[in-house]
Ligand binder design. Structure first.
Ligand SMILES: NC(=O)C1=CN([C@@H]2O[C@H](COP(=O)(O)OP(=O)(O)OC[C@H]3O[C@@H](n4cnc5c(N)ncnc54)[C@H](OP(=O)(O)O)[C@@H]3O)[C@@H](O)[C@H]2O)C=CC1
Ligand SMILES: N[C@@H](C[C@H]1CC(C(=O)O)=NO1)C(=O)O
Length: 327
């Protein structure tokens, strides 16, 4: 059967993860990588993979079935998402939770106007954790839901740190509060504020001559990313960053504890342990690219989130095989 032709827009951790993920999906072919940087400066996983400048994308419309957007959520996707959804079927991992409604609207209009399908905010949070928060609320209406991440490297928060003027490089780790987890696991169903559940720890390499105090203030007060958390910023040199902060592990879990009757408490838990946050997220994006391709062929256009995609569309197996093998 026909190969699904995938292209990558934005070649960072996520873009490289998508390259690896496509190798694991025999119904897909990587037809190109698109970057704002000089293509000659990039080393694709597979020698021979075409690398182009991002601005040449429009000329490749008919050769791409689904474009996977791997830009940063802080500054790249708000512009690239709506712009590229007018030209291609797209899948992205937009994760600025507070801004998802406005991003959805901004992508939906051009996608609908051009008969394209745009799956937004795909990944694990938002994405798989969102699905499990939904299941929890729908299946156990009388209950409480908690999401914990880490200890691990948040790519969205690391991207946001790197966008601060004066920052040359940087990463952000998310640390869950052991006390908060203990109270939830003990079945207390506590009221926990954002600040109660996690702290954030940044490691930053400054540009030459940058003002450390100004950089620290810009990070810890950053709306949607750090303002609601207790955040520490550590300044290190580039060698230390390269030595100690190259791995990108992460993970976490969603817990729903609820009562189906006065007598019976029920608990649903979904957890992830990730050695590579970007490679896992990319695997999710690639499975949803299969769904985007199928949805568009069914005439389902516009923006959608993971809530709107039937799980069967993710599988390389046919509906009949799924009924025989997985039900
Ligand atoms: N929903 C979810 O569960 C998840 C979502 N995410 C999202 O994925 C986004 C991307 O993460 P990630 O791939 O780690 O971000 P990166 O910082 O690695 O890449 C972001 C963009 O920056 C550019 N870039 C990458 N490396 C360099 C470099 N060395 N010099 C200059 N520019 C560079 C690339 O654009 P170009 O090639 O055009 O230069 C790239 O698309 C995050 O912002 C986050 O929001 C991540 C994980 C989970
Ligand atoms: N979107 C997150 C995925 C998870 C991790 C996270 C956090 O540590 O705050 N929130 O959601 C990421 O970019 O890594």
């Amino acid at each position: 059967s026909k190969q699904i032709r995938i292209a990558i827009a934005g070649y960072g951790n996520l873009g490289r993860g998508v390259e690896a993920a496509i190798e694991k999906n025999p119904d897909m072919t990587l037809v190109g990588i698109f970057s704002r940087r000089d293509p000659a400066s990039l080393q694709p996983l597979r020698a021979g993979t075409p690398v182009h400048r991002l601005e040449s994308l429009a000329a490749h419309g008919e050769a791409i079935d689904v474009l996977i957007l791997c830009g940063g959520s802080k500054d790249d996707l708000p512009a690239q998402g709506p712009q590229l959804a007018a030209l291609f079927n797209t899948v992205d991992s937009f994760d600025t939770h507070a801004r998802i409604p406005e991003y959805f609207a901004a992508v939906d209009a051009p996608a609908r106007a051009n008969g394209k399908t745009a799956l937004i905010s795909i990944g694990w949070d938002p994405g798989l954790f969102s699905l499990n928060r939904l299941y929890g609320e729908a299946l156990l209406p009388d209950g409480a839901t908690y999401t914990f991440w880490g200890k691990g490297l948040s790519q969205g928060h690391s991207d946001a740190v790197r966008r601060v003027p004066g920052v040359k490089a940087g990463v952000q780790y998310t640390l869950p509060s052991p006390q908060a987890i203990e109270r939830v696991r003990a079945g207390e169903r506590p009221q926990l504020s954002t600040r109660d559940k996690h702290t954030r720890e940044c490691f930053v390499v400054l540009e030459e001559g940058a003002d450390a105090a100004a950089v620290e203030r810009a990070i810890v007060t950053m709306p949607d990313y750090f303002a609601d958390y207790d955040t520490t910023v550590n300044f290190i040199d580039e060698a230390t960053l390269m030595r100690d902060h190259r791995r990108m592990p992460h993970g976490g879990f969603v817990i729903r504890s609820g009562n189906t009757s006065a007598e019976h408490a029920q608990v649903i838990e979904y957890s992830l342990q990730l050695e590579s946050n970007p490679e896992f997220t990319a695997s999710v994006l690639v499975a949803y690219a299969r769904a985007a391709y199928r949805l568009n062929r069914q005439g389902q256009c516009g923006a959608m989130t993971a809530f709107d995609v039937a799980p069967g569309l993710l599988s390389i197996k046919s509906p009949a095989q799924l009924r025989e093998e997985l039900l």
